[in-house]
Ligand binder design. Structure first.
Ligand code: AP5
Length: 185
C-alpha cells in the first residue's frame, strides 16, 4: 500500500501516519522529519534548508526530491509507505509521478485531512508551548497556511483528477479520524 497524506500544517498528517503505519505495516516518510533531521545533524542540506523552514517557506524542489529519492531507495519501503508532506506543489507531484514510474510503483490513495484555520492555529500554538518547534510561532503558522493555500491545495485537485482522492474530516479524536481514514481506503 502506498499512500499520500495531504492537508495543511497542523491537520494531523504526522499523528495519523504514525498510527496508520502500524495498522498497514508500511513505513512513514515525512519530508519535514527528514529535513529536520538534516538540520539537527548539521549537514550541508540542513544548513541550506534551515532558514527557509524557519520562515515557513518551501525548501527547493530539487533538494527535497533528492531526500525522497534516497529514502525510497532503502529496503524497508518494500511493503509500502505513507508520504507525509510530499508532494507540496504541482512540480513535486509531477516529479513524484516520474520517480514512481521509474520505480514501477504507483500511489493507491491520496487522503486529504480537512481542518479549519482557527483549529490549526490553536493546535500549533499548543505544540509551540510544549515542543518549541521553530516554525510554530503564530505569524509563521499563518504564513505556512498561506503557502499551503497557494502551492499545496492544487495538489489535492491533482489527485482528485486522477480519481485517487478522498477528503477526510480531520476534526475529532485522533482515533475517530484514524478510523475515517481506514474506512476511506
Ligand atoms: P512539515 O514537517 O511537513 O510540516 P507541516 O506540513 O507544516 O505539518 P505539521 O507537522 O505542522 O502538521 P501535521 O499535519 O503533520 O500535524 P501533526 O500530526 O504534527 O514541514 C515543515 C517544513 O519543512 C515546511 O514548512 C517546509 O519548509 C519544509 N518541507 C517539508 N516538506 C517539504 C516539501 N515536500 N517541499 C518543500 N519543503 C518542505 O499535528 C499537529 C499538532 O496537532 C500536534 O501537536 C498534534 O498532537 C495535534 N493534533 C493532531 N491531531 C489532533 C486532533 N485530532 N485533535 C487535536 N489535536 C491534534
Amino acid at each position: 500500500m502506498r499512500l499520500v497524506l495531504l492537508g495543511p500544517p497542523g491537520s494531523g498528517k504526522g499523528t495519523q501516519a504514525a498510527l496508520l503505519k502500524d495498522r498497514l505495516n508500511v513505513v512513514h516518510i515525512s519530508t519535514g522529519d527528514l529535513l529536520r533531521a538534516a538540520v539537527a545533524a548539521g549537514t550541508e542540506l540542513g544548513k541550506i534548508a534551515k532558514a527557509t523552514m524557519d520562515a515557513g517557506e518551501l525548501v527547493s524542489d530539487d533538494l527535497v526530491l533528492q531526500l525522497l529519492e534516497d529514502r525510497l531507495g532503502q529496503p524497508d519501503v518494500a511493503n509500502g509507505y505513507i508520504l507525509d508532506g510530499y508532494p507540496r506543489n504541482l512540480a513535486q507531484a509531477k516529479a513524484l509521478d516520474a520517480l514512481l514510474s521509474r520505480l514501477e510503483q504507483n500511489i493507491d490513495h491520496a487522503l486529504a485531512l480537512i481542518v479549519d484555520e482557527e483549529q490549526i492555529v490553536a493546535r500549533l500554538a499548543q505544540r509551540a508551548s510544549e515542543q518549541g518547534r521553530t516554525d510554530d510561532s503564530e505569524s509563521v503558522v499563518r504564513h505556512r497556511l498561506h503557502v499551503y493555500a497557494e502551492q499545496t491545495a492544487p495538489v489535492v485537485d491533482y489527485y482528485e483528477a486522477k480519481g485517487l482522492l478522498a477528503r477526510i474530516d480531520g476534526v475529532g479524536s485522533i482515533e475517530e479520524i484514524n478510523q475515517r481514514l481506514m474506512d476511506a481506503m
